[in-house]
Design a binder for this molecule. Structure first.
Ligand code: PEP
Length: 253
């Protein structure tokens, strides 16, 4: 059973309007009441940018932190129609920034752009959640480790503060499909990722490595035995307070 700090991070993607705050209120209420375990985990929700400011104000100093799902690769104020920078996101109260989600990689994010997003986010005192993961073909052709190594070493640098970096390992074939990795494979992959990170940052402690992909209140029991996993990035199930709370409850059951 787990005994170090774990993250439960919900990625809402393009879900949510003002009144969806009631979902977060219920999660916050649960975490507050969960005296036995709440010191052992952190809950973060990344709503769409339109909701960050109001949600961050509402949950200031509460049990939920607010993050963003992406930012533009150039920082500050640029002539980039429709874009939002890390500085602007920090300014409205976010504390975390997801970078490199496969949705955004598919739409054109390159490693160079991701490096810049990571750097800009860290410079603006945001904690970065860098998503990495192989696709179905990579997995079939046994290229998972090669792909992950490239995605990590091309983006992270020793000069970044490793304490503000979190990796979310999200196999693309698992996102939204109901398929999850075999626990023994996930353990091996997590250890492999941590080895690369320790090597980049020249530290004996690795940054946190999360798992993401079809996590729910039932399959969470398969992950809790893998103590190397430092938490979860949760998509679909984070849009329901009940499903999100069930994941936490069943993890600590
Ligand atoms: C995601 O989109 O990052 C994700 C993990 O989604 P899901 O939990 O729905 O697979």
């Amino acid at each position: 059973m787990a005994n170090n700090m774990k993250y439960f991070i919900g990625n809402w993607k393009m879900f949510g309007v003002s009144k969806s705050i009631s979902i977060l209120s219920k999660i916050n209420k649960f975490v507050k009441s969960d005296k036995k375990f709440n010191k052992k985990y952190r809950t973060v929700i990344t709503p769409p940018n339109t909701l960050i400011e109001s949600y961050a104000k509402f949950f200031l100093n509460q049990k939920i932190s607010i993050g963003a799902q992406n930012c533009y690769h150039k920082d500050n104020y640029g002539a980039n129609t429709g874009s939002v920078s890390a500085l602007m996101i920090k300014n409205v109260g976010a504390q975390y920034m997801i970078v490199g989600h496969s949705d955004n990689r598919t739409e054109g994010d390159t490693d160079a752009m991701l490096k810049s997003k990571v750097e800009n986010s860290l410079n603006n005192k945001l904690k970065v959640i860098l998503c990495v993961g192989e696709n179905k073909i990579d997995k079939k052709k046994n290229r998972t480790f090669k792909v992950l190594k490239k995605q990590i070493v091309n983006v992270l640098e020793k000069k970044f503060n490793y304490k503000d970096v979190i990796i979310a390992y999200e196999p693309i074939w698992s996102i939204g499909t109901g398929k999850i990795p075999e626990p023994k494979d996930l353990l091996k992959t997590t250890i492999f990722i941590k080895k690369i990170l320790k090597n980049i940052f020249k530290t004996s402690n690795s940054p946190a490595v999360l798992y993401g992909g079809s996590v729910d209140g039932t399959n969470i029991s398969q992950f809790k035995r893998i103590n190397e996993i430092d938490g979860f990035l949760i998509g679909g199930a984070s849009k329901s307070d009940k499903k999100f709370i069930d994941i936490i409850k069943n993890y600590y059951k």
